[in-house]
Design a binder for this molecule. Structure first.
Ligand code: PLP
Length: 419
């Protein structure tokens, strides 16, 4: 008997035929609302003369009720919300801001924008912030601000984080760009710290193209953020805001940074919050199906997620721990060819959305061996609702085939560079 040629190692499954980057469409109710608003021309959230609360003000009320927070300020991106959070907490030039080394570029970008010094904190093998390293950095920098990302929806132990912040005098800002709808031990993310920030950019859980939210219970932070976001002297039109008296001392002091959300964006968002719980259940059904399938594929490791972490499975991360970089490149190429776009965080040159700290030349460098090890084999796929649940096993089959192929290709070609 002769050995089978590599090409036949495993028959390729059919291509998926569904674009995994498909965003959620805007609900018809949101479209109708936005069109009606366009007919009036009143797209700016503030009116010079007495008016009904704008769509933006209504949107803020609805999010505040959903989160159970006193104040919510809608702005034009999560990056802007993060900036405003740091600014309103009184960050001074050169002050340290501790943040996850594994996060998205707008996070260190917001620190830079606010004049802070980004101090990157190590990542665990289950993709949360490394609490031991966090404690070391908090000690070394004596307090400051922790800007904690629930990156790709991975929620750190928030009870432990809160205790650590209290012990080390750290103010906590949660970056919930990927975690609205998620909770820790029954409490929604974005409600654990001084400020919670959210994104309504197309690829997150609420879609207005661009948009962000800042949520807080603190009067001073809210008043400063409303003024600094660009409310002019029309801040009285925010219906969830501190007493007008709180603004008196701050009026002339806060610069206007023009980070407002349009009423059109708010109009398309409002019905999406109502459907969020149902959509979270749909994401999680798909996540569970794919994760369940991948758990049976030797060579693919899924991060462990504790029961207290009630996450939103809008994307899925996995590790190819025993593959070389060259093999992972092959894996991604084969999966991509079959319609499953995989992002590999260990690629030398970051592509698309950058999330490798090594590409942020403006942030202070420190040795992060734990994060390096994590990123070197970390892969990620999007889980759009456009993927029907019954097609999830096709995604698993494609990834399993790509893994088979990547292993076989390298085993059989001696010219391939090694580990
Ligand atoms: C997308 C994202 C942001 C930034 O959100 P924008 O609204 O695009 O500014 C911040 N943090 C994380 C973890 C993100 O995924």
């Amino acid at each position: 008997m002769t050995a089978r040629p590599i090409a036949e190692h495993s028959a390729a499954p059919p291509a998926l035929g569904i674009d995994l980057s498909t965003p959620d469409p805007i609900p018809e109710e949101g479209i109708d609302r936005a069109v009606a608003l366009m007919r009036t021309g009143k797209l700016f959230r503030y009116a010079e003369e007495g008016a009904e609360p704008s769509e933006a003000a209504r949107w803020e009320e609805e999010v505040a009720d959903y989160l159970g927070r006193r104040y919510v300020i809608a702005v034009n991106s999560c990056g802007a919300a993060l900036y405003l959070a740091l600014h309103s907490l009184g960050l001074q030039p050169g002050d340290p801001v501790l943040l996850n080394a594994w996060t998205l570029a707008p996070v260190p970008g917001a620190v830079e924008h606010a004049g802070g010094r980004a101090v990157l904190v190590e990542t665990t093998r289950d993709l949360t912030i490394d609490l031991e390293d966090l404690e070391r950095q908090a000690r070394a920098h004596r307090g400051g601000i922790l800007l904690l990302s629930h990156m790709r929806g991975h929620i750190s132990d928030l009870a432990a984080v809160q205790a650590l912040c209290a012990e080390h005098d750290l103010r906590l800002v949660e970056d919930c760009a990927h975690s609205i709808g998620g909770s820790w031990d029954g409490q929604l993310t974005g409600t654990f710290g001084d400020v919670g920030c959210f994104s309504t950019q197309t690829y997150k859980h609420l879609n207005s193209g661009e948009g962000g939210l800042l949520a807080t219970d603190d009067d001073e932070i809210a008043a400063r953020a409303i003024l600094a976001s660009g409310s002019y002297m029309l801040y009285g039109q925010h219906t969830r805001r501190p007493d007008l008296a709180r603004f008196e001392d701050l009026r002339g002091l806060e610069p206007n940074h023009s980070m407002r959300l349009t009423s059109t964006a708010a109009a398309v968002l409002r019905p999406q919050l109502r459907s969020l719980p149902a959509r979270v259940a749909q994401w999680n059904e798909r996540y569970d199906r794919i994760a369940g399938g991948l758990a049976g594929v030797p060579g693919i490791r899924l991060p462990e997620r504790p029961p207290a972490e009630q996450f939103v499975g809008s994307s899925l991360q996995f590790f190819l721990d025993d593959l070389t970089g060259a093999q992972i490149t092959t894996f991604c190429r084969v999966a991509d060819g079959l319609g499953v776009h995989v992002k590999w965080f260990g690629a030398e040159r970051p592509e698309a959305f950058t999330s490798a700290y090594t590409s942020w030349a403006y942030a202070e460098r420190r040795a992060l061996p734990g994060t390096d090890a994590v990123l070197s084999t970390l892969c990620d796929i999007r889980i759009p609702l456009a993927l029907p649940p019954e097609r999830c096993e096709d995604v698993v089959a494609i990834l399993a085939h790509a893994l088979d192929h990547a292993r076989a290709a390298t085993t059989h070609s001696p010219n391939q560079p090694g580990r």
